[in-house]
Design a binder for this molecule. Structure first.
Ligand code: FPP
Length: 254
């Protein structure tokens, strides 16, 4: 049994409920965290990266196998240029400073989102993070970068059309499973749990297809304050939910 499966099982047993295998997070409230302290928004994003480091560690310890983070949305380009540059700078620094550490911790990095149109150095860093950690067997960190769910579905539709054109796909055979195969990371299971911080209660174009049966948990905490204790309380809330996947009987989801 792979390490992560064993850890997931042990943690689930300890807590008396099935730990989510895949947790996805909308890291919101960096700007409000900074404004409340009279600090520039960039400081909120910087503290957001620290919260991200804590959360990757805490997720691994809790036996979570996949952690997806919404780090830059297709809509974020509409922010002031200085803030966009700030976020790009943070990604550069995150990859440069943290990649070796993530690799050493056996974390596998995956990236979803549109690569086209990204500056060459950013695209190269994302590819480097994926290549270096390809063989790792610990937590999978899925970075949603330049990501929008509708755009991902449009990409999937385009890929399907191309496969039809090549004669590799019969349009009459297209079903839910087929669509799933053409998404950005088809091998990654759907999130069991989607968390949004800062009290906002929306999905904002995040994993719309994959979250069809996810439990949604909204917490008031702004992202820079998110820590292991917040994650633990969200996991307890998840443990109290009954997952029925449209049926009548509660299922464990694993
Ligand atoms: C939302 O806060 C957060 C973002 C738009 C970006 C999230 C980015 C990070 C946590 C740091 C970057 C990490 C990487 C790896 C690039 P907000 O600015 O929307 O906050 P507000 O709603 O309070 O204004």
């Amino acid at each position: 049994m792979p390490d992560m499966d064993a850890k997931h099982q042990a943690q689930s047993q300890d807590r008396g409920f099935d730990i989510p295998r895949h947790v996805a997070i909308i890291m919101d409230g960096n700007g409000r965290w900074a404004a409340a302290r009279g600090l520039p928004r960039g400081e909120g994003h910087r503290r957001g990266v620290e919260a991200l480091r804590r959360t990757v560690r805490a997720a691994g310890e809790a036996g979570i196998q996949y952690l997806t983070i919404f780090s830059f949305s297709t809509e974020n380009w509409s922010r002031p240029v200085a803030e966009v540059n700030d976020l790009m700078g943070l990604l550069r620094r995150f990859v440069r400073n943290d990649l070796a550490d993530l690799h050493q911790k056996n974390v596998r990095v995956r990236v979803i989102g549109e690569r086209e149109g990204l500056s060459t150095d950013i695209a190269r860093l994302l590819a480097e993070a994926e290549d270096l950690t390809r063989g790792n067997t610990g937590l999978t960190l899925v970075v949603a970068f330049n990501y929008g769910a509708r755009q991902e579905l449009a990409r999937a539709a385009r890929r399907m059309c191309e496969a039809v054109k090549r004669g590799e796909l019969d349009p009459s055979s297209v079903d839910v499973e087929t669509v799933g195969r053409f998404l950005d990371a088809p091998d990654i299971p759907d999130p069991d749990l989607v968390i949004r911080t800062s009290g906002e209660k929306r999905l904002s174009n995040f994993l719309l297809w994959q979250s069809a049966y996810s439990e949604l948990v909204f917490v008031e905490t702004n992202w820079p304050d998110f820590d292991q204790a917040t994650l633990e309380s969200v996991l307890s809330e998840f443990g109290r939910r009954e997952r029925r996947f449209g049926g009548l009987v509660a299922q464990t989801g694993s």
